[in-house]
Design a protein around this ligand. Structure first.
Ligand SMILES: Cc1cc2nc3c(=O)[nH]c(=O)nc-3n(C[C@H](O)[C@H](O)[C@H](O)COP(=O)(O)OP(=O)(O)OC[C@H]3O[C@@H](n4cnc5c(N)ncnc54)[C@H](O)[C@@H]3O)c2cc1C
Length: 533
């Protein structure tokens, strides 16, 4: 008598691909495999999720369905609470083992995973989890982390076994037309505005094609053109949403970058041009992806709490809803801030420097607590990645205690990154009549100049809602006051011990010699720190 083939379920989460998918390969090696995705309505109601995320996720699910079909399998999509779906499948399949990737997500996904673990234990089901990034579970501090990251990236990519048994089960009928409930929250401030068709094209393009184009064509001036929102659109890789939904594996991406770096070295200088610097900068960013996610993995409470307790109580009672609304809508009276916000609403993406400026403006100029702004941006970003997002938002809000406090001057950024004002004119058309100088500070225009430009400040476009110089001075005083003293030093040493990058502190192997200041990743590799950003 032949032995029955055991059942396995690969639970797809944010790893919507067949290429380099360790959980899928192991499930196939184990037995007859059901490929499962569960649409969890409660997840899509969370404050950090939006309908535009679902739209992109659905696109990747349909792509995954095709990839599995080419391998002779299929995708089972069910709508419901995860443990309820597992109970259904248990009744339909009998015993199975569950395979999935580790997830560094929000408190909600963590609690959901805990419920799945409890369900598995009480039903005698083994659940196998695999790492998919350079994020290390259960790490106490950062000693040796960079080495672990490299080791993970050097591993061979996961290969599908030659013999595969599939066991597709019926999906929830019409799952493709499922939509999250539209809440009032989503409709406020344009978070649900439909995306520009061209923006969708970029996000929905095949990950491998985007990568190839970047590594061989677009990326040559990456390090030189990443800071301006004009040039960043093509100079940056635009791979973040693919990494967030897992349609591209980080290991494949890092290995492709290494290969290209090797190939570029052999080129004659006339063809090598700026490629080595561009690729080295890009490689650094791939490292940061996991570096920032590791922070949330090691301390999940960072989704709710300041990195450093010294900043507790600093902004909590100062939330000004009118200022928040103006920032969300791109109506602060600072043209470049407003142009960036409106660009983000329309495109679901903006470059790093402009994300940092938007948060800096909300946290320092408007003195808003980072939590509300983080949720709003998360809903707008198609590449929303919980670990990177909260770590970055806090870093740009001055609450980590280990990073340089960087308060972006919105007018200086405007003149540096959009010198002729074309980006502003495109995204804040009210200002299109102003010349290249006044477009950055239209409130300085005389009444006659405003009339000539067809835009009266305060009527057609708002006057600045705060004075940047005054707001920045106040913010700086507040943050630095909390950095002084023995208690702050001890607390920031603790934060550094747990989360700080060791990369730029090579000699800091003994606890005494470490400095509680993390090298500032966004400027270290590429841009010289400037006193006035
Ligand atoms: C306030 C704030 C919030 C952010 N939230 C997110 C987020 O939710 N999801 C997200 O993927 N990135 C986030 N970032 C980081 C960064 O802005 C984006 O990764 C980048 O702009 C994505 O575009 P790209 O893929 O073209 O990046 P590229 O410049 O081409 O970089 C390649 C990849 O490296 C990683 N990377 C690049 N810069 C950073 C960085 N500073 N920190 C961590 N990883 C980085 C990303 O995975 C990115 O896809 C945030 C930055 C800030 C300041």
């Amino acid at each position: 008598m032949t032995k029955p083939i055991p059942n396995s379920i690969i639970w797809f989460k944010r790893d919507l691909r067949v290429e380099d998918n360790a959980a899928l390969c192991e499930a196939l090696l184990h037995g007859s495999t059901t490929a499962l995705y569960v649409i969890e309505p409660a997840l899509w109601q969370q404050s950090d999720r939006s309908a535009r995320h679902w739209h992109l996720c659905r696109h990747h699910l349909l792509g995954l369905q095709q990839q599995l079909a080419r391998l002779g399998g299929g995708l089972t999509v069910r709508v419901g609470e995860m443990t309820t779906v597992l109970s259904q499948l248990h009744r339909e399949l009998g015993h199975f083992e569950l395979f999935a990737h580790e997830e560094t997500g929000s408190q909600w996904t963590f609690s959901r995973d805990q419920a799945v673990l409890d369900w598995c234990r009480s039903n005698g089901i083994a659940w196998h989890e695999y790492a998919q990034f350079g994020v290390v579970r259960g790490l106490k501090d950062r000693d040796g982390w960079a080495k672990l990251w490299r080791q993970r990236m050097q591993l061979d990519t996961a290969k599908l076994p030659p013999h595969r048994h599939w066991q597709p089960l019926p999906s929830t009928p019409d799952w493709e037309s499922w939509q999250p409930n539209r809440s009032d929250r989503d409709n406020v401030f344009g978070a649900l505005e439909p995306l520009d068709a061209s923006a969708w094209q970029v996000h929905k393009a095949q990950a491998t094609a985007v990568l190839d184009d970047f590594l061989t064509q677009r990326g040559e001036r990456y390090h030189l053109e990443m800071s301006s929102p004009h040039s960043a659109v093509s100079a940056c890789s635009r791979l973040s949403a693919h990494l967030a939904y897992g349609s591209l594996s980080m290991r494949s991406l890092v290995q492709a970058t290494w290969q290209r770096q090797k190939a570029v070295k052999t080129l004659p200088a006339t063809e090598r041009r700026t490629w080595p610097k561009a690729l080295s900068a890009f490689h650094g960013r791939l490292h940061w992806h996991c570096h920032f996610m590791q922070k949330l993995e090691s301390e999940p409470a960072l989704e709710f709490r300041n990195f450093s307790k010294m900043y507790d109580g600093m902004r909590e009672d100062c939330f000004n809803p009118a200022h928040f609304a103006a920032w969300c809508r791109g109506e602060t009276g600072y043209p470049f801030v407003d142009a960036c916000m409106r660009f983000l609403i329309a495109n679901g993406w903006i470059n790093f420097r402009m994300r940092a400026m938007l948060v800096s403006f909300a946290s320092y100029d408007l003195w808003l607590h980072w939590r509300e702004t983080a949720h709003y941006l998360a809903r707008l970003f198609l590449d929303y990645e919980t670990g990177i997002h909260y770590s970055q938002v806090q870093m740009q809000s001055g609450t980590t205690g280990i990073n340089t406090v960087r308060i972006y001057n919105p007018v200086k950024q405007s003149k540096d990154q959009d010198p002729n004002g074309n980006f502003i004119r495109r995204w804040v058309p009210e200002l299109s009549g102003f010349d290249d100088t006044l477009v950055h500070q239209p409130w300085l225009a005389t009444t006659a100049q405003q009339t000539q430009a067809g835009c009266l400040i305060g009527e057609h476009y708002p006057a600045p809602i705060v004075d940047h110089a005054i707001a920045a001075r106040y913010a700086r005083e507040q943050v630095y006051a909390r950095r002084r003293g023995a208690e702050a030093q001890a607390e920031h040493a603790r934060v550094f011990e747990q989360h700080g990058s060791r990369k730029n502190n090579p000699r800091s192997t003994s606890r005494q010699s470490r400095k509680p200041r993390e090298a500032s990743p966004q400027l270290d590799l590429l841009e010289k720190p400037k006193s006035n950003v």
